[in-house]
Design a protein around this ligand. Structure first.
Ligand code: AMP
Length: 166
């Protein structure tokens, strides 16, 4: 860890736990207090891009919606482009879509068909890893365009859901 990185305990303290949101049984991780803290927000971006220098990443792909906040800041720091993976029906141009399983039912994410060049080097970012379904679907879209995922970075991992296995 470099000296400018925030301590994990400081990050954890700045994330507010909201019980039973958006539905009973879910403990929602509210990152807005963290985003409002200039030092922690900047430090989290540094953590998410740790090990990457400008020029080593062509595009940072962010996942709808809180992933956009971190991925766009990371893209600026890495001098890379920003590409959104959105929920189905939100992107205006032609898209590739990928469905994935939720606890009850399915969800679909989409990416513009020309969002990434084949062979481009991609860093994929989201705020939180739960079951891993969303990130796996986003990764499948990146791969469908022939781009190469260098790393998938998250700020928060809900370990009890074993999302890494996805
Ligand atoms: P999953 O596909 O199960 O890994 O879910 C990850 C996605 O759902 C991320 O985009 C998160 O922003 C969101 N998410 C899932 N669970 C939570 C939670 N407890 N608090 C905040 N966001 C969550």
């Amino acid at each position: 860890m470099t000296k400018n990185h925030p301590a994990p305990a400081d990050i954890e303290r700045a994330i507010r736990n909201i019980p039973d949101f958006p539905k009973p049984g879910i403990q929602f991780k509210d990152i807005t207090p963290l985003l409002a803290d200039a030092r922690l927000f900047a430090g989290c971006i540094d953590l998410l891009i740790d090990g990457f220098k400008p020029g080593t990443v062509d595009a940072v792909v962010g996942i709808d919606a809180r992933g956009f906040i971190f991925a766009s800041a990371a893209a600026v720091k890495l001098e890379a482009g920003f590409v959104p993976v959105r929920k189905k029906g939100k992107l205006p141009y032609q898209t590739h879509e990928q469905q994935y399983e939720l606890e009850y039912g399915t969800a679909t994410v989409a990416m513009h068909v020309d969002a990434l060049k084949p062979g481009s080097r991609v860093l994929l970012i989201d705020d939180l890893l739960a079951t891993g379904g969303t990130a796996a679907a986003a990764a499948a879209l990146v791969q469908k365009l022939g781009a190469r995922i260098l790393e998938i970075s998250f700020l928060i991992e809900l370990k009890f859901l074993s999302g890494r296995a996805s």
